[in-house]
Ligand binder design. Structure first.
Ligand code: IPD
Ligand code: CA
Ligand code: CA
Length: 262
């Protein structure tokens, strides 16, 4: 399938960094049995992937700004374009050899996300989206799921890690949703949770305290697949608030109704 030059640049960078992560995943699997574990190695793998992405993306689009989880913000001469990149989303999964992690690349133009690529090198699933041109998984057009009965829906969520976020609030939200849906899931990589909503695998997903690089690419993926994305208020911008609810129009509305008052 033919994609724009921009998407080709993003896909090439994602696949390049993906090869590096996949090689490193093999090493991580060996290190599980060592006393020290693979933590330091994974930190290096993460940084290595970000440097590959930075080099590839800025080589193809010199001047664009770059916000990466590991290296922070690097200004470019072109103030209207910024890459928003998570080189390894789902670090805890990667660290444990669980093949649910991804490279996430979003491109922001004048404050709006105009393109996104999410790539899981472990299973070679490549999600792409460009504003006005649709969302695709390995060249198959994506549509969000059509379910309109919450008790038939499978919904994803995040769980704050040890020492982070508000665990009581998280339990409150889970309990409320659990009583209304067919199944609740916690897969551990926000970008892929959003990609799964775009692909109709999950009917909805919510999580608090995300960072722009967790959700920049996922946001456009869902919108281009016909879904709705907002913050907890239902019509606010998750990139500003850090909190996110998404799904098809119906599921999104129902999740907002349950979660907003909590
Ligand atoms: C994390 C993952 C996880 C989510 C966390 C994120 P990281 O990103 O997306 O699913 O629950 O909030 O921080 O640290 O693995 O890049
Ligand atoms: Ca992340
Ligand atoms: Ca990360």
């Amino acid at each position: 399938m033919l994609h724009s030059a921009l998407i080709n640049v993003m896909v090439k960078a994602a696949r390049h960094a993906g090869r590096s992560l996949k090689r490193d995943l093999g090493e991580v699997e060996h290190l599980q049995v060592s006393l020290k574990g693979p933590a330091n190695f994974v930190t290096m793998a993460d940084k290595r992937a970000e440097e590959l992405l930075y080099a590839d993306l800025t080589k193809s689009r010199p001047g664009y700004g770059f916000i990466g989880e590991e290296g922070g913000t690097r200004e470019g001469a072109d103030k209207s374009h910024t890459w928003i990149v998570d080189p390894l989303d789902g670090t805890t999964n990667f660290l444990h050899g669980i093949p649910q992690f991804a490279i996430s690349i979003g491109l922001q133009r004048e404050g709006t996300i105009i393109a996104g690529v999410i790539y899981n090198p472990a299973n070679d699933e490549l999600y792409i989206a460009e504003r006005g041109k649709g969302a695709f998984l390995n060249d198959q057009r994506l549509r969000v799921a059509g379910r309109r009965q919450l008790d038939e829906c499978v919904v994803g969520c995040g769980l704050p890690h040890i020492g982070r976020g508000d665990h009581d609030q998280s339990r409150l939200e889970m309990t409320a949703i659990q009583q209304r849906v067919a199944g609740l899931r916690r897969f551990g990589a926000a970008s892929l949770d959003m990609a799964f909503v775009a692909a109709g695998r999950l009917d909805g997903y919510w999580e608090r305290n995300l960072q722009p690089w967790d959700m920049a690419a996922g946001q456009i993926m869902i919108r281009e697949a016909g879904g709705v994305v907002s913050g907890m208020a239902g019509d606010d911008d998750p990139l500003t608030t850090g909190h996110l609810i998404c799904g098809n129009e119906f599921v999104h509305k129902e999740l907002v109704k349950i979660l907003k008052p909590l």
